[in-house]
Structures are given as structure tokens and as C-alpha cells.
Design a protein around this ligand. Sequence first.
Ligand SMILES: Cc1cc2nc3c(=O)[nH]c(=O)nc-3n(C[C@H](O)[C@H](O)[C@H](O)COP(=O)(O)OP(=O)(O)OC[C@H]3O[C@@H](n4cnc5c(N)ncnc54)[C@H](O)[C@@H]3O)c2cc1C
Length: 541
Amino acid sequence: MVDDDVPVVIVGGSLVGLSTAVFLGHHGVPSLVLERHRGTAIHPRAALVNQRTVEAYRAVGLQEEVEEAAAREFVQNGAIVSVESLGGKELDWYFRFINEGVEEISPVPRLFVTQIGLEPVLRGAAERLGARIRYASETVSVEQDAEGVTAVVRPRDGGPERTVRARYLVAADGAHSPIRERFGIRRLGHGSFSDSITIYFKADVRRLMGDRNLSVVYVFGPHLQGFFRFSIDLQAGFLVVNSTTDAGGARSVRVGEDMSGPTCIQHVREALGDPDIPVEIENVQRWSASAAYAERLQEGRVFLAGDAVHEMPPTGGFGGNCGVQDGYDLAWKLAHVLDGRAGAELLDTYDAERRPVGAFTTEQAYTRYVLRLDPTLGKENLMPIVDEAAVEIGYRYRSAAVVAGTAGDDAMWEDPREPSGRPGFRAPHLPVTVGGIEQSTLDLFGREFVVLAGSDGERWCAAARAAGTSLGVPVEAHRLGVDVTEADGAFETLYGTGPEGAVLVRPDGFIAWRASTPHSNPEGELADALGAALARPPAGS
Ligand SMILES: Cc1cc2nc3c(=O)[nH]c(=O)nc-3n(C[C@H](O)[C@H](O)[C@H](O)COP(=O)(O)OP(=O)(O)OC[C@H]3O[C@@H](n4cnc5c(N)ncnc54)[C@H](O)[C@@H]3O)c2cc1C
């Protein structure tokens, strides 16, 4: 007997599961979220929410709420530094402020908000958009057949098991992902390299902080390596300890073997640089610092997202953000396949697009871990460091849902400060005026396919509408200088369309196709591009 029948069931209701439920709801797809815990996060964990993630939340109308949650928790736009201890010598400034050098590339800033602050916002939005969230509910089995997926759910507080039937399942069930294990999906990468701990403590650090606004403080001291984050009132915080070094210089990564109160107090005092400061330990969590990514993200009707498929050390603040983008990529595809606008093969592009990004991002986090915290892991075979903005926003998708551009152009990422508008990259931000309202080009995207044509590209706009009609898919079309105007004349260069070309932008804001010149058959050209982006066979085939 089936107790619930839903289009999409999501296993795991933390950052990635909740975000995916929001994005699905935005596209009109109701979901059921099954979460083993009794509510949203009780540990802060992720805090650096990058611009691409804020852009996704903006697209679903959540930017303001997320900013308010962020402002309640932190003074925004702090620095990221490394020190010997908070009160001691400063070693390096990775960022003078976290939005340094990225203000122009997006209409939104990087924010600082923990999972404690963010998840209730996501939960509320998901529920408003039609998701049901069932806490204290553990998924104990997942089976699939040609038509759908069956999950058996065990209520943690007793009562009978329930059977959920869905067309598709998203496994956002974390680094230990029972669903990944169930399907025998192996992981690649560097494995685990530290038995780390996070110490949640109370201490008045105002004197040691002085007038600095520090978002993340890496500690690379003689006896301890890890990082701090502090509460807005500087009366509490957490210290991650990844490794310790004894008086003889021997380094240990088995920090979790001693989580006793006195040891934790000693760690906090050492990292603060004050041997006598009163410290109260509130909680200690043990976790494994790992860098691992799954060999595949899909098993039939089951799609894996977030830490389930890319576990990375927190260095860089990439992990949760990368998982949110998995959900953002998957949601519009599921929505289009579920209502028949796209062919089922569109879902295969999820793995093709997101797996390389997960692996790349994990390697970038690992490189930062080695360079910032544990050079003894060895610098040979490290992926060279890529600028944060490129990791966060500049990655490229290659799949059947992107019409490849120039032959031989195999760039996998670019600096979003110098965007190219090539197919597979995020459509760049530009300030524009639409219907008298000042906004970003990004505000044109988010729900439907959009064609943006250069100032002489009227034929592309007509072709876009015709292609949409023939495929039964809404396509919005805008021409520069007509219904979209911009102050600095940069669009045609930034998007690479010239005056007579156009781009086709997907609902997730990625460029699916581009023409830089006119075409003898724009209707056919755009119908083919839209058909490819929707995994629909060309007309007449
Ligand atoms: C100290 C620290 C700092 C970090 N800082 C950042 C940062 O600044 N920025 C950033 O982007 N990332 C950061 N991260 C990483 C970030 O926390 C994770 O990437 C993110 O939480 C992953 O979210 P997730 O939803 O994929 O997995 P999880 O948060 O692990 O959630 C998985 C959920 O699935 C549930 N679940 C598992 N199995 C089942 C089941 N069978 N049935 C029902 N429910 C199940 C679990 O209860 C859990 O709630 C940090 C991590 C740490 C440890």
C-alpha cells in the first residue's frame, strides 16, 4: 500500500535537500522531504554563502529574507585571515573583506549566514511553494522500477513504516549517503585526511578581536591548525581543529581521539592566544575532513546531490554552495521532464554537468586545505589554485543541453570578471532597465527559456517566439535597446552576440546556445537549439 504519492521525494532535509525543495516548488513541482533529524540545523557549519547561491535564492524571491537572516548572525563582509593565534601574529589576509573584487560580477553579495540561520528560511519557502517536510523520518529502503521509485520511511518516534511512491528521488542525504552506498556508487579523490573536531564555546573575545571584522580566522599556530568563527556579539564561537603539533614538532591529525573538556579548553585558549581567558565548552563534534567525489550522480530515477556526491574540507567555503547548485541544475530539468516539456534524456545532463563541477570544486577545497592548514599532505599533484570567483561562478557546463560553440574551445572555467558569453557558462550580470525598472540581466532568467538579442537582432526574437510555439514551451525574447536598455553599451561585447546575434539562456541562467551573426534560417536554428536544450528530437525526425 502506498501512503504518499508525489512527483519528487527528497531524502535529507538539510541545506541541499531544502534548497532543492524550494527550487522545485518555484518551478511548480511539489515534493516530499524526508529528514531523520527532528528539525532544521542545530550546528552552524556552512556560513559563507557565495554569490551564485544568493543569485539562485534571488531568482526564487528569497534574497531579502536570506540577507535579513545573515544580518542577525554576523556583521557582513568581514575579512578572512590566517594568524598564529587570534591575539597573536597575523600571517596572511586571504580577503580584506569577503566581497573584495567581486562587487561588479553580480547583483548580489557573498553573505555570511550559518545553516542555523538559513535553513528555517528555506524550510518556510519550501512549504509556501508546496513542499511537505517530514522530520524524524528515516528512509530505510529505496527501490525503483520503470515508472518510479518506492521509499520506505520509518518514523523515529514509533508508529508504522510508511511507503512513499515518487516519479523521481533526490538523495541529499549527506557525506555518508546510505543511498549512494545502496547503489554501490564509488568515490574518487583523496579520501579522509584528518579526524577533526569542532569545539563550540563561550568566551569573551572582544579584546582579542579589537576593531577587526573577521569572518573566518585560520589558525596556523605552532601547536594547532584549524579555524575560528565568532558570533556577532563576540561572546561565543567555534573552533575547528584539524591537526595538532607536539613540542617535538610531530603533527597529529587524530584530533578526535581526545575530546575531553580540559583538552578542548586548552585548544581554544591556545588558538585565541590567551592562556587564562575564561572558556566554557558547549559542545564538541567529531568529523572527518575528506575530499571525495562520486563516480556518478545518477542511478536510474535516483539523483544524488550535495555532500552525498562531493565531500570537501571547509577551506574555501565551497561545499554547501556546490550542493545548492546541484539542486538548482536539477530542479528545472525535473520540472520540464515531469510535465512533458522536455525529453527524459534531459535528466542525463545532470551528471554530465554537475559531476565535473563537484570534482573541480572538491580539488580546489583540497588545495586550499593543504596550502592553508596542512602542507605535510604534499604539494605534488595538487590542482593549482583557481580564484574563488571562478570556482563559485565561472565553471562551465558541457552536455547535450548546451549547444557547443567553437571547435577546440574546451575551457572548463573562466574568470567571471571577464565573462565571455560562451555556451555553457553562466549568463553574465549587467545592469539593465526593463519596463522602466532598473535590474540585472539575471532578473530576466529563472523560470522560462529567454532569448536576448543584440540591437539589430529582431529576427532572432521573432524566431524565438516561433520556436517556443512549435515546441509548446514559453520562450521570452528581448532585444537590446527595445525592451531592455543598458547604460554602458556592454551587452553585445560581454555576451559576444554583436548587434546581430543572440543567446538562448536556460531557466537556470546558463547559456545554452549563441549566435554572433545573423543566420539564413533563424527559426530553424533556434528550434534546433531549444530542442537540444530540452532533449527533444528535431522536428520531422
Ligand atoms: C565546520 C564546517 C564549516 C563549513 N563551512 C562551509 C561554508 O562556509 N560554506 C559552504 O558552502 N559549506 C561549508 N561547509 C560544508 C557544508 O556544511 C556541507 O557541504 C553541507 O551541509 C552539505 O549539505 P547536505 O544537505 O548535502 O548534507 P548534510 O548537511 O549532511 O545533510 C544530510 C541530511 O540527510 C539526512 N539523512 C541522511 N540519511 C537519511 C535517511 N536515511 N533518511 C532521512 N534523512 C537522512 C541527515 O539527517 C542530514 O540532515 C562546512 C562544513 C563544516 C563541517
